[in-house]
Design a protein around this ligand. Structure first.
Ligand code: UFG
Length: 352
């Protein structure tokens, strides 16, 4: 059996893909997920996909006693921490909910992991930590200055992890992965993005329009300073993202980093506009997508683009998949999810 790795949020969109790649690399994932934004059936689909039985604990990361029990029962050499709330708008409405779950939860989790003997922690961060910057591409040396509570929780968690691993006698090493815009799904179509709440992100919204759960895609502004005026993002395939976690973890457990804490961008270095994403979907589906031009969404920036060179240098990772791959896999996953009836009675996912 390979090394055991605790994966919090392991049944979520990114976590489920990380679990698959951990298994493929010979690690043994131990999943902690309280199902706050995931379906229990993900576990069965993951077992089908990986052809192995998986361990899942239905535990909240704020529950210290339960986490202690998990690590006593199944000591883990590494921790990939993805469990968090992630809706920017909601974080503005209910900031304390975000600080409690994301920040307080991480403090508890990191403390329990360190006391249980420590190891390598790979933390799920976000390009949101850079805030509203106007210079591109973004590299890791740029200032961390988030401009919404969600981004602040990610920046705080990075700082907490950095301080923990640099404390005298610490047994843990830390790595933070700053995601740009994850998209796509596993090419088996067994797992993919499946938000419990109403989605806010472009890909799941396009899917809802394409399958008739939502009338139209509202394009949030076409007067940005970008080639076609619509927002430009560095979309990254979720399988590329998942593979980066495993490569990062391996390097961390092998002591391959000079510093005890490192932050790396995970992006492709290529960015696409909203209109380019929509066109790619239309090509894949062979039909036009209903769309309407709307006002800018508050808090949106014109462009987000990663400088991905540090990750290439530190862990030998570069993204292998492009926008057509993301669109094709998203569309295939949507077909499978609908066939199984996953989205049938999903009032929350439907447009009001
Ligand atoms: N967009 C639309 N219409 C929509 C939804 C989005 O035009 O209905 C546009 C946005 O204005 C933006 C682009 O599509 O230009 C991408 O928007 P997303 O909501 O998909 O992604 P964001 O760049 O806003 O970032 C969000 C979260 C981040 C997270 C990222 C990836 O705020 O924390 O998604 O999940 F990292």
């Amino acid at each position: 059996m390979g090394k055991k790795i605790l994966v919090t949020g392991g049944l979520g969109y990114i976590g489920s893909h990380v679990v698959v790649e951990l298994c493929a690399a010979g690690y043994e994932p131990v999943i902690v997920d309280n199902l706050s934004n995931a379906r229990a059936s993900v576990l069965e689909r993951l077992e089908r996909l990986t052809q192995q039985s998986l361990t899942h604990y239905d535990v909240d990361i704020r529950n210290r006693a339960a986490l202690e029990t998990v690590l006593e029962r199944t000591p883990c050499a590494g921790l990939i921490h993805l469990a968090a709330f992630k809706a920017v708008g909601e974080s503005v409405e209910a900031p304390l909910k975000y600080y409690d779950n994301n920040v307080a939860g991480s403090v508890t989790l990191f403390d329990v992991f360190e006391r249980a003997g420590g190891g390598g922690i790979v933390f799920s961060s976000s390009a949101m930590v850079y805030g509203d910057v106007k210079v591109f591409p973004l590299h890791e040396g740029m200032p961390v200055q988030p401009n919404n509570p969600y981004g602040s929780t990610k920046a705080m968690m990075e700082q907490i992890l950095a301080d923990l691993v640099n404390a005298p006698g610490a047994k843990t090493l830390g790595l933070s992965l700053r995601y740009f815009n994850p998209a796509g799904a596993h090419d088996s179509a067994l797992i993919g993005e499946d938000p419990k709440d109403r989605p806010n992100n472009l890909f799941p919204i396009v899917v809802q329009v394409a399958v008739g759960q939502r009338e139209t895609l509202t394009i949030f502004g076409d007067d940005y300073d970008t080639p076609d005026g619509t927002g430009v993002r560095d979309y990254i395939h979720v399988v590329d993202l998942a593979q980066a976690h495993v490569m990062a973890l391996r390097e961390l457990l092998n002591g391959g980093f000079e510093q005890r804490f490192t932050a790396l961008n995970l992006g492709t270095g290529t960015a696409y506009s909203v209109r380019e994403v929509v066109s790619a979907f239309e090509r894949e589906m062979g039909q036009p997508l209903p769309q309407t031009l709307g006002a800018r969404r508050s808090g949106d920036v014109a462009t987000l683009l990663a400088d991905p060179r540090a990750a290439a240098q530190a862990i030998g990772w570069t993204a292998q998949r492009d926008l057509p791959d993301m669109v094709r896999d998203t569309w295939r996953w949507a077909g499978a999810a609908r066939q199984w009836g996953l989205w049938d009675d999903d009032d929350s996912a439907a447009a009001p």
